[in-house]
Design a protein around this ligand. Structure first.
Ligand code: FES
Length: 147
């Protein structure tokens, strides 16, 4: 049911953890299952993503897609990171079962929320980036079930 790449990233997820004083942090909840994902970005003065970490309270497909997504945005500029869509991540993982496609959205949304946080803090515009719908702020996790 799952590709070898999905299993690999699920069993050995890359970039798990947090970044202290991150340039941008995004937390999102999945409307379908209530799972939660948080992404931390460390971005330098040239708008290059130097480091990225994630934490998730989610299913295996969410773990695998987040792991792959973090690998794909690392080293990219914030604008290039916009090209790391859930579709691109799924392709890189050799696909996901149809019932798990929504899980891959969590990583994309969390990256966008973290980029939004960074853009807001630094007064910059990232083309194509929209205000996250379901950003959950520190201390509001209890409300996550509503998303
Ligand atoms: Fe919740 Fe996959 S079932 S993210």
């Amino acid at each position: 049911m799952y590709s070898a790449k999905v299993m690999d990233h699920f069993e050995h997820p890359r970039n798990v953890g947090e970044i202290e004083d991150a340039s941008g942090v995004g937390t999102v909840g999945n409307a379908k299952c209530g799972d939660i994902m948080r992404i931390y970005l460390d971005i330098d003065e040239n708008q290059i993503i130097k480091d990225v970490k994630f934490k998730t309270f989610g299913c295996g497909a969410a773990v695998a897609t987040s792991s792959m997504a973090t690998e794909m945005v690392k080293g990219k500029t914030v604008q290039e990171a916009m090209e790391v869509t859930n579709k691109a991540v799924m392709e890189a993982l050799d696909g996901l079962p149809p019932v798990k496609v929504h899980c891959s959205l969590l990583a994309e949304e969390a990256i966008h929320a973290a980029l939004w946080d960074y853009a807001q803090k630094n007064g910059i515009t990232i083309e194509g980036l929209q205000k996250p719908k379901s950003d959950i702020h520190e201390g509001e996790e209890d409300e996550a079930e509503e998303y």
